[in-house]
Design a protein around this ligand. Sequence first.
Ligand SMILES: Nc1ncnc2c1ncn2[C@@H]1O[C@H](COP(=O)(O)OP(=O)(O)O)[C@@H](O)[C@H]1O
Ligand SMILES: [Mg+2]
Length: 226
Amino acid sequence: MIELSNISKEVLEAGTRIPILNRINLSIHRGEFVSIMGPSGSGKSSLMNILGSLDVPTSGDYLFEGTNIQRLGGKQLADFRNQRLGFVFQSFMLIPRLSVKDNVEVPLLYSTYNKKERKRRIKEALEQVGMIHKAKEPIINLSGGQKQKIAIARAIINDPDLLLIDEPSGNLDAASKEEVLEIFLSLNDRGKTIVLVTHDQEVARIGKRILILKNGEWFKPEKGEQ
Ligand SMILES: Nc1ncnc2c1ncn2[C@@H]1O[C@H](COP(=O)(O)OP(=O)(O)O)[C@@H](O)[C@H]1O
Ligand SMILES: [Mg+2]
């Protein structure tokens, strides 16, 4: 599904080139659940932004089902993100004063579905995260764990192929964290491909494959070293 080859990212700061990712290779098959771990500042979010086509690498290639993502134009790229990808962030990125259902509907605003189909999708997405009873509640009335579930419902509303999840539990208490991780596992069981980045070992462990990023490069622990 995904093939990253020699992906590097540099940023310019006061005329100096700062390396953030260094020749990253990564293959992900459809249906996989990959966790990427690494300390703060190791480049996890930068890599996610490239996978999400929210940022472009300085060099290297990103193929998604054989399509070179860097060659897509603005409209094609927007459609790719909207139809094929779902995003979940630490900070939820919800619209506080809107209701749960209006937040979940946001990715459908660009679609041609009729009202009935929208309603069906909103209901199904909210049921999958166990939040249908909060459909009419404004976001500001929800706890952190509830907000993250709504963010997940929004991420799956277009039935994306790939879920990109960045530090999902950073703002959650232990019980909500457990519930949110269960939702990710059930989505993966239903066939969603997942890439999850976290600095939290407990969270990373739910992935079926765990990779470690350090200083913008893959890190291979020696035997006995963690
Ligand atoms: N646009 C940018 N300009 C300058 N430095 C950046 C930029 N984006 C990321 N960085 C730096 O790159 C490193 C990796 O950042 P990030 O990908 O956010 O790491 P992580 O998500 O693993 O904490 C950090 O040192 C960060 O400060
Ligand atoms: Mg990060």
